[in-house]
Ligand binder design. Structure first.
Ligand code: NDP
Length: 287
């Protein structure tokens, strides 16, 4: 007789609000493709006041891990036993791995971005990097770029957000010995001639604001510049269209999204998912 096993292996995401998070679609498509019939990805709305209880629940249910999205990425750290090096520098966690009750925090946003960069054949070592924005994505990407040996990182950031930007610069300089520059984004930004890689790490272009683009002088984009966006939906943003028109090599935020999700699956299951299956699932979910 065939062995009967109905015990689910649980992972998921904690967020608030979280109903529109497409993680479940991407992850469950990969589980199915890998033949992981008993793996389930749960989308769980956790209010900030309940985060501690939710972590206890995660342990009680022996969940294999969890993604954390807004507003829990920083607050969750106090419940963890250990953190990966880049997550420590970034000071935010989006993925937790549960090994027999020991919780380790990772930040796969920046790592996903870096794998996408590598897949495009671009090595940030010794390069001049320009990052638009100074929020969570910019922080994760600039820490990973520093760890990968970038030559200089320039943060271009709105003045209203100056403290955020300056704390990122301090982190890069003090903890990672990075050469940095900071640009107050008060007027149209000219991409410096020595720039090798330009990253949009702002939400400009994200659905439903699909016609928005960063305030930069697009004629300063040389064709040698490599351009990467964080926006996965829609994948082809007006920012990327400008880069495309000027002959630059470019990549959408889909690469970052799918690679961070693939990393989560690898950390939780030990198996490498088919990224094509995950992209297809995401595309059909967003329509
Ligand atoms: P944050 O809110 O933490 O940071 C956004 C940054 O962009 C801030 O510095 C913000 O400045 C700046 N910004 C916002 N609007 C403008 C504007 N009009 N002009 C100039 N700067 C602006 O968000 P995250 O860093 O967490 O996320 C940024 C984007 O990255 C989101 O759209 C998200 O969808 C995407 N993302 C994609 C991932 C992927 O896998 N592809 C993973 C993670 C994020 P201020 O603080 O002043 O508003």
């Amino acid at each position: 007789m065939k062995e009967q096993n109905y015990l689910d292996s649980l992972v998921g995401v904690f967020g608030h609000p979280v109903a529109e998070n497409p993680g479940v679609v991407i992850q469950e498509a990969a589980f199915k493709d890998l033949g992981l019939d008993l793996w389930r990805f749960l989308t769980i709305d956790v209010e900030p006041k309940d985060l501690g209880h939710a972590i206890k629940g995660l342990k009680a249910f022996n969940m294999k891990g969890i993604n954390c999205t807004l507003p829990h990425k920083i607050e969750v750290i106090k419940y963890l036993d250990d953190m990966a090096e880049s997550a420590k520098h970034i000071g935010a966690v989006n993925t937790i791995v549960n090994e027999g009750g020991k919780l380790t925090g990772h930040n796969t946003d920046g790592q996903g971005f870096m794998i996408a960069l590598e897949e495009a054949g671009v090595d940030p070592k010794g390069k001049n990097i320009i990052i638009l924005g100074a929020g969570g994505a910019a922080r994760a990407i600039s820490v990973e770029m520093s760890l990968a040996g970038a030559k200089k990182i320039t943060i271009v950031n709105r003045v209203e957000d100056k403290e955020f930007g300056e704390s990122l610069i301090r982190l890069l300089e003090d903890e990672l010995n990075m050469v940095t520059a900071y640009v107050d984004w008060t007027e149209t930004f000219n991409v410096p001639e020595e720039a090798d890689i330009l990253v949009n790490a702002t939400p400009l272009g994200l659905y439903p604001n699909i016609n928005e683009k960063p305030n930069i002088n697009y004629d300063t984009m040389r064709k040698e510049l490599y351009v990467q966006d964080v926006i996965p939906n829609p994948a082809y943003t007006p920012f990327l269209a400008e880069a495309d028109q000027r002959g630059c090599q470019w990549q959408s935020g889909m690469g970052m999204l799918v690679n961070q999700a693939a990393l989560n699956i690898e950390m939780w299951t030990g198996l490498k998912p088919d990224k094509g299956v995950m992209i297809k699932a995401f595309e059909s979910a967003i329509g």
